[in-house]
Write a protein that binds this ligand. Structure first.
Ligand code: 5GP
Ligand code: ZN
Length: 115
C-alpha cells in the first residue's frame, strides 16, 4: 500500500467507492465522474504507478485485469454491442491517478481516435 495513493486508499476501504467486483488480484469500482452510462475502473491490489512501470512480474496481473474487464462488460450486458477499454499512461496519455487502472466504458458508441 502506498500511503499517498488515492486508489490504494479506495482498495483498503479508507475512501468509499461503489465496488462492482473484487478478487485476490484486483478491485473494480465505478468512476466518480462517469464518461459513459457504465464507467468502471479496474485496479490491481498491488500498487504500481502506470503501465510504464509494469515489469515482467506483472504479466499475470495485467492479463487478469483485461480478462476481468471483459467479464464485467459481459455482466453489464453491452459486450456484444461493444465497449471501450483505456489505460491512460503518464502525462501525455492523460493519466491523473498514478496507480495503474483500466477504464471500462460502455453503454454508448465511441469514436476513434479519442481527443
Ligand atoms: P486517469 O485520468 O488517471 O486515467 O483516471 C483517473 C480516474 O479516476 C478519473 O476518471 C477520475 O474520474 C477517477 N477518480 C478520481 N478520483 C476518484 C475517487 O475518489 N473515486 C472514484 N471512484 N474515482 C475517482
Ligand atoms: Zn496505489
Amino acid at each position: 500500500m502506498n500511503e499517498n495513493c488515492l486508489f490504494c486508499k479506495i482498495i483498503a476501504g479508507e475512501i468509499p467507492s461503489a465496488r462492482v467486483y473484487e478478487d485476490e488480484i484486483c478491485v473494480a469500482f465505478n468512476d466518480i465522474s462517469p464518461q459513459a452510462p457504465t464507467h468502471v475502473l479496474i485496479v490491481p491490489r498491488e500498487h504500481f504507478a502506470s503501465l510504464d512501470k509494469a515489469e515482467a512480474d506483472h504479466r499475470e496481473t495485467l492479463g487478469h485485469l483485461l480478462l476481468t474487464t471483459a467479464q464485467i462488460a459481459r455482466q453489464k450486458g453491452f459486450a456484444e454491442d461493444g465497449y471501450r477499454v483505456v489505460i491512460n499512461t503518464n502525462a501525455d496519455g492523460g493519466q491523473t491517478v498514478f496507480h495503474l487502472h483500466v477504464h471500462l466504458l460502455g453503454g454508448r458508441p465511441f469514436i476513434f481516435p479519442p481527443g
